[in-house]
Design a protein around this ligand. Structure first.
Ligand code: OAD
Ligand code: ZN
Length: 234
């Protein structure tokens, strides 16, 4: 059987796909994340220094994500997976859960999820829904140690790295959406996919840092470009 150029599709998304859902991206705000320095709220050192500040910050992000709705870009990706199912995989750097809410099933949240906390000692996973909102420093229901948001911070290793490596090596089309291409390892995924023979396509508001590695670049809003672009794939 002849393989089509888009037989196995692997998508990598970043903050830009959630922009139309009202969630702010990172790099567009002068190195600040919702008015906080990245070192204070997105590093293990920041959490050690002031866990209450970090907890209140992620509670706000969680509440914001819960109130947000998937946009036409998320929905186009869910629709594509519904059509081509086993040939589709989605890696996201986003922690807002919007891909799953849109209906995507095979979502690899490499930077974790705002919807979960994890014990700093025994690694028990706890849903945010079960944590009382008025407790500044929530504790593990099993061992009573401090819980932390289950998001991957700078200087930490992302989730699903070995699965992602396998997916990158066997995809035919690698599509990145709404990511600046500045944060590794995700920024390097396109090199692996290209080296192993995939066609590489970027959809982004501005040229990604690693533009030269892409075979095609569609500049603009993912929420308007994706529905048209993906409707042609079957
Ligand atoms: P960035 O904020 O670095 O990049 C978002 C990209 O989306 C930018 O290049 C924008 O031009 C583009 N963009 C904005 N609105 C768009 C729209 N409507 N349609 C298409 N593109 C749009 O976010 P990420 O690349 O996701 O990591 O950042 C990667 C990681 O850095 C994050 O996961 C997070 C962050 O610090 C950690 O917290 C570990
Ligand atoms: Zn524990």
């Amino acid at each position: 059987m002849n393989r089509k150029a888009h037989d196995r599709i692997l998508v990598l998304t970043g903050a830009g796909i959630s922009a139309e859902s009202g969630i702010r991206t990172f790099r567009d705000s002068d190195g600040l994340w919702e008015d906080h320095a990245i070192e204070d709220v997105a590093t293990p050192e920041g959490f050690t220094k002031d866990p209450a500040l970090v907890w209140s910050f992620y509670r706000e992000r969680y509440n914001q994500a819960k109130a947000a709705l998937p946009n036409a870009g998320h929905l186009a990706l869910a629709d594509l997976e519904a059509r081509i199912s086993s040939r589709f995989n989605l890696i996201t750097q986003n922690v807002d859960g919007l891909h799953s809410i849109a209906g995507n099933k095979k979502v690899f949240e490499m930077h974790g999820s705002l919807y979960r906390a994890i014990c700093t000692v025994c690694k028990t996973s706890v849903s945010m829904q079960s944590i009382k909102p008025d407790i500044a420093l929530p504790l593990c229901p099993k061992c009573n140690s401090l819980l932390r948001p289950d998001v991957v911070w700078f200087h930490e290793v992302p989730y699903f790295i070995s699965k992602i490596e396998t997916l990158l090596k066997c995809c035919d089309l690698f599509l990145i959406v709404g990511t600046s291409g500045t944060v590794y390892p995700a920024a390097g995924f396109v090199m692996t996919a290209k080296y192993f023979g995939a066609r590489t396509v970027a959809i982004n508001m501005e040229a990604p840092k690693n533009l030269s590695v892409f075979d095609e670049f569609y500049q603009g809003n993912a929420a308007t470009i994706l529905p048209n672009l993906l409707s042609e794939i079957n």
